[in-house]
Write a new protein. Structure first.
Length: 158
């Protein structure tokens, strides 16, 4: 179905700029990333690296495609984000169950760095909960809404 060209109204523009779920989520993500990055800085990790190491610690040895799907990131971006972690020795590539496959896992150095960074993450997380005014129940509800949003967007992309 073709969409006809039409004149865009100020109301439409205002709604697109301030009422867009995607734009709002991206703005919130950028702002929160700055908070978590600043808090994690003493550990030498950014929140993206911290999140990748956490995912690998939970998943265990995992194929790149499975990890990409689990964290909702395309393979190219994931590969680019993993490269510095591999160079630092925090992530290793190992043989999978089938000799033709490779899997990623967190190294002992990666686990040590993750453990070092955890108190900084805990502090940033508690700070965000305070700033958002979230109690434990509301915080869990908010996370469920975000997970639901991710799942809904993924199903729309499929």
């Amino acid at each position: 179905m073709a969409i006809e060209r039409q004149t865009v109204t100020r109301t439409q523009l205002r709604r697109a700029a301030t009422g867009c779920y995607c734009n709002g989520a991206r703005q919130a993500a950028r702002a929160m990333t700055q908070v978590y990055d600043a808090a994690l800085a003493p550990s030498g990790l950014g929140v993206n690296q911290f999140s990748l190491l956490s995912a690998l610690a939970i998943q265990g040895p995992v194929a790149l495609g499975q990890l990409a799907e689990a964290i909702v990131m395309d393979r190219t971006t994931l590969t680019r984000n993993l490269r510095p972690l591999e160079k630092a020795g925090f992530v290793e590539s190992v043989a999978g169950n089938d000799r033709r496959t490779r899997e990623l896992r967190i190294s002992d150095e990666g686990r040590a760095r993750l453990a070092e960074a955890m108190p900084y993450w805990e502090e940033a997380h508690a700070d965000m909960e305070r700033r958002l005014g979230l109690g434990p129940e509301t915080a869990q509800g908010t996370l469920r809404v975000l997970q639901h949003a991710a799942a809904a967007a993924r199903s729309a992309a499929d």
